[in-house]
Write a protein that binds this ligand. Structure first.
Ligand code: BGC
Length: 735
């Protein structure tokens, strides 16, 4: 009873101070006017590993933050990274964001956001630390799997519905990592030196869309520096661009330990400081309860008291934090959320399956197995659970269906599905006290593993290799980058050996980033699958059996070799140490030539291009036209094209529109994605697809004028089904 009365008093206090029914801004101002200096400062920094301060005197709750971005992280101890071992926090693991991006489906992004937002709300989290939209500058970035591809337009279009979906639950999406945080090597001590044109054309658009179109309530500052100032308090990035030019009214949250300086933290637009490593000795143990020592705690109070920090800046921070609290835990709309519901698992399965990319198929897929036949799976990833590991996105999920079990389920009563490991990759089965329960120990030698796989292949009706990367060091993992794009653990040799004995070999690569496939011409089908979360195995089985017709498209280029890419020097990647400079220096000398912009402009052949992906049906595109042959500033032109499903099964195609500027005054990429539509068609059915082409789609960023520039001249509107298959070339004049 006493507890209940206390709760009533707290709620009454909170409503009395905010004035129920007032507008958001009135509530914020009203509350702000009642706060003491100390109370305002308490809003601006952590009070535990994943929460930041509220105002207990007024019944205003603290903000609870959680990773993100693929599911709701298991609870950790109050002051530590260590998992708290709760028994009721096993979540739905959703597919990795690269998998989502590969769907090229805005509706699925909305479904993802709504579902993960419901899980966050149920778990009483106010700020979801995600999604991530750093552009895939190098395939080596250990966190590629947490991002949405190499193209700013694709990432922008995909991030907006995710944010809206999350926030419809009264949970703030915290878009990360702002900005140019494109590698894990020395991520807390490298300055990404990038010019304005490259920033505005490549690395900022997805964040801008997140703010202006998605209405994101939170942004996470990244660990690295941009042009030699730390991004968690980078004046240009946060004050001029984010809060100035884009009008962002939410909170800037530091990455955990990303705040590095008292003065800058106070003055340069950081609103909440999280995870600072106050005592390096304690951090080694993962513990830090010295929240009063944070840059934005006692040192900030002292600065405010003696006039070194401005009260207006403090009010701005406090106002933003209060606004976020009123938008989330104190929102007048009552959100309750839901957790591990059948709908969430179904959403995960659909997204995972629709993002799987069919790279090659000479008829081996969908599987056609004789009754009573034998299917052999070879490769560790047919068995290994992948939701555990990889860094802060690691999850504790209620269930994870592995490919082996899913295929056994799919072929129950029809065929035997057996498994041979073939190689040993990563034998760990735990991360931060979360254990998968699998036993991945292995006593056989590599030679024996190979011999066993080859022997089993002889008796199989169908062999499917399921390998790729995993979430361990130097693979798809936070904190380290990959060392090459070659498949690890001798998988190339194993695939080649299998190809020699199998007349019909299917290869499934499970990864979150590009890999080289030197054996591509020797195998019969290739499938790019991803870390698909709880329902990963089901999603893969759906595609292999044909229950789902693949419709994913690559969100990045699959080069033949790392050396083909744009990063050629140490100064480009991973950075150099320069005389007189405190931090490592990295220069984005390639400018806007990132991903397919590089390969297509330089005419470098790639293994599989950006935007590419096959289907079990065929599509025919015809009748592409523009509504006008010229465009003026301030006007729009539309492009239309017919698409027909000419095969015998239903399926979806992604029609893509790229622009080319024939004679620009600056060097521009040969093509840039500016439109896409995913369309689902029954066999024989057609649809008319239309795109709006706006002057901004044709412009480049003029750094001197600090504005987008539309130059008169000849342009080409290129339409097709990948960045390298653009059969329709429609001339357009800018007058
Ligand atoms: C990561 C963030 C994450 C945070 C909290 C950091 O190390 O870079 O992405 O949200 O930890 O776990």
């Amino acid at each position: 009873m006493k507890k209940f009365l206390n709760l009533c008093i707290i709620i009454a206090l909170a409503y009395a101070c905010c004035g129920k029914g007032n507008s958001l801004e009135e509530k914020v101002e009203n509350t702000l006017s009642q706060l003491t200096l100390e109370e305002k400062v308490a809003l601006t920094h952590a009070q535990s590993k994943f929460s930041s301060g509220g105002v207990p005197r007024l019944g205003i709750p603290e903000l609870w933050h959680t990773d993100g971005p693929h599911g709701i992280r298991p609870e950790v101890l109050w002051d530590e990274w260590v998992q708290a071992k709760w028994t009721n926090d096993s979540c739905t693991a959703f597919p990795c964001l690269e998998n989502l991006a590969a769907t090229w489906d805005r509706e699925l992004s909305a479904l993802y956001g709504k579902s993960i937002g419901e899980e966050a709300r149920y778990r009483k989290k106010d700020v979801l630390l995600g999604p991530g939209v750093n552009i895939g500058r190098t395939p080596l970035n250990g966190r590629t799997f947490e991002y949405m591809g190499e193209d700013p337009f694709l990432a922008s279009e995909m991030v907006v519905p995710y944010i809206k979906g999350v926030q419809s639950n009264g949970v703030a999406a915290c878009v990360k990592h702002f900005a140019v945080n494109n590698q894990e090597v020395r991520r807390t001590g490298t300055s990404s030196n990038v010019d304005d044109r490259t920033m505005y054309e490549i690395y900022l658009p997805a964040f801008k869309a997140a703010v202006q179109e998605g209405g994101a309530w939170a942004i996470m500052g990244s660990y690295n520096l941009w042009n030699n100032q730390f991004n968690c308090h980078n004046e240009r990035l946060l004050k001029d661009i984010l809060k100035g030019e884009w009008g962002f009214d939410g909170i800037v949250v530091s990455d955990w330990g990303g705040c590095r300086d008292d003065d800058e933290a106070a003055a340069n637009g950081l609103d909440i400081e999280m995870g600072t490593w106050v005592d390096p000795d304690l951090e080694v143990e993962g513990a830090s309860n010295l929240y009063n020592l944070y840059h934005l705690a006692n040192p900030y109070l002292e600065r405010l008291r003696d006039g070194r920090a401005s009260m207006e800046d403090l009010d701005d921070k406090a106002r933003r934090v209060l606004r976020t609290i009123y938008r989330t835990s104190m929102s007048e709309e009552k959100h309750f959320g839901s957790f591990t519901s059948p709908e969430h698992f179904a959403a995960g399965r659909k997204i995972a399956a629709d993002g799987i990319v069919l790279l090659k198929n000479d008829g081996a897929l969908p599987l056609n197995i004789p009754q009573g036949g034998r299917i052999l799976l070879v490769g560790e990833n047919a068995y290994k659970m992948m939701t555990v590991g990889g860094g802060s996105s690691s999850l504790k999920t209620k269930h994870e269906i592995i490919p082996l079990d899913a295929l056994r389920e799919a072929f129950a009563g029809k065929a035997d599905v057996i498994w041979e490991r073939g190689y040993v990759g990563d034998t760990t089965t735990d991360y931060n006290l979360v254990v998968t329960g699998q036993d991945l120990s292995e006593s056989r030698s590599p030679e024996q593993l190979l011999a066993d796989a080859l022997a089993a292949a002889k008796d199989a009706d169908q062999v499917i290799f399921i390998g790729g990367l995993n979430k361990s060091k130097n693979q798809d993992k936070e904190g380290t980058d990959r060392l090459d794009i070659v498949l690890p653990y001798g998988q190339d040799a194993l695939i080649e050996a299998l190809a020699e004995v199998c007349p019909n070999l299917v290869v499934v690569n499970i990864s979150g980033s590009p890999v080289a496939m030197p054996w591509a011409s020797k195998v019969n089908a290739i499938v790019q699958s991803w870390y698909g979360g709880s329902e990963s195995g089901h999603a893969l089985a759906d595609v292999l059996t044909g229950a789902v017709n693949p419709s994913g498209k690559l969100p990045f280029t699959m080069p033949f070799a790392l050396a083909d890419g744009p990063l050629k020097t140490q100064r480009q990647y991973p950075g150099i140490k320069e005389e007189g400079k405190q931090w490592w220096q990295e220069y984005y000398d390639e400018g806007v030539f990132v991903g397919y912009r590089w390969y297509s402009s330089k005419g470098i052949p790639v293994q599989y291009p950006f935007g590419y992906g096959l289907s079990y049906t065929t599509f025919e595109l015809s009748g592409a036209k523009l509504s006008a042959s010229s465009i003026k500033a301030g006007k729009e032109v539309s492009a239309t094209i017919m698409v027909k499903n000419t095969g015998s099964v239903a399926g979806a195609e992604v029609i893509q529109l790229y622009v080319n500027d024939e004679d620009a005054s600056v060097e521009r990429p040969a093509r840039e994605l500016k439109g896409f539509q995913k369309v689902f068609l029954e066999p024989g059915a057609s649809a008319k697809i239309s795109f709006k082409i706006k002057p901004e789609h044709l412009s480049f960023f003029d750094a001197d004028a600090h504005s987008w520039k539309l130059e008169p001249g000849d342009f080409h509107i290129l339409i097709g089904t990948s960045s390298e298959n653009l059969p329709f070339d429609l001339p357009l004049k800018v007058s």
